[in-house]
Design a protein around this ligand. Structure first.
Ligand SMILES: Cc1cc2nc3c(=O)[nH]c(=O)nc-3n(C[C@H](O)[C@H](O)[C@H](O)COP(=O)(O)O)c2cc1C
Length: 177
């Protein structure tokens, strides 16, 4: 049974992480979810905890019964880290090696493959800073799925929608195969 860690970031598309979690659990993967503080403004940890059947950590400094820092344990356990939705901010943090929340700490500590499903306003996606960040991550071997184009939550049409959950699941299975 492969272990997938899903990182959820602060995007309107965060609610789709519930479906992603549910589909991966149904396929038999061991799924752990972590959320950035911004993600918790969009969907509750309780939803993802129930669907993933594991505690959802959002605070790296929370006291748990474990002596070992949780982000290191999860980073070592992961066969794949999926960040879905991946915000522009988190993509920038990953490109620059920041470890300023539980998700970015795991991303820096893991040696598992990383799959990003970006979701953002089209202008944010096309900004040279985001382009540089995604290029840097691709060079480093980070996988991307999407973003897709269509009507964005911000009201614009364009590229920036998170890829359909089925596409993320298929890509994850391909990477793990
Ligand atoms: C209503 C709303 C929707 C947002 N949607 C997105 C989004 O889809 N993609 C994105 O990159 N940022 C989005 N943001 C901005 C992020 O939440 C913000 O940059 C935040 O700092 C991201 O933090 P995180 O990467 O740690 O989760 C949105 C903000 C608001 C208020």
């Amino acid at each position: 049974m492969k272990t997938i860690v899903i990182g959820v970031t602060g995007s309107i598309a965060a609610y789709k992480a519930a479906d992603l979690t549910s589909q991966l659990v149904k396929l038999g993967y061991e799924v752990h979810v972590t959320m950035t503080p911004a993600a918790c403004q969009f969907i509750t940890p309780l939803t993802l905890q129930t669907l993933s059947r594991h505690n959802v950590v959002t605070d790296p400094f929370a006291i748990t019964g474990e002596w070992r820092p949780g982000h290191i344990a999860l980073a070592d356990q992961a066969d794949l880290l999926i960040v879905a939705p991946a915000s522009a901010n988190t993509i920038a943090a990953l490109a620059h090696g920041f470890a300023n929340n539980y998700l970015t700490e795991i991303a820096l500590a893991t040696r598992a493959p990383i799959l990003l499903a970006p979701a953002m306003n089209g202008k944010m996606w096309e900004h040279p800073a985001t382009k540089e960040n995604t290029a840097k991550l691709s060079e480093r071997g980070v996988h991307f799925v999407g973003p897709a184009s269509g009507l964005l939550a911000c009201g614009y049409e364009g590229v920036g929608r998170m890829s359909p959950v089925e596409d993320i699941v298929a890509r994850a299975a391909q990477i793990l195969a």
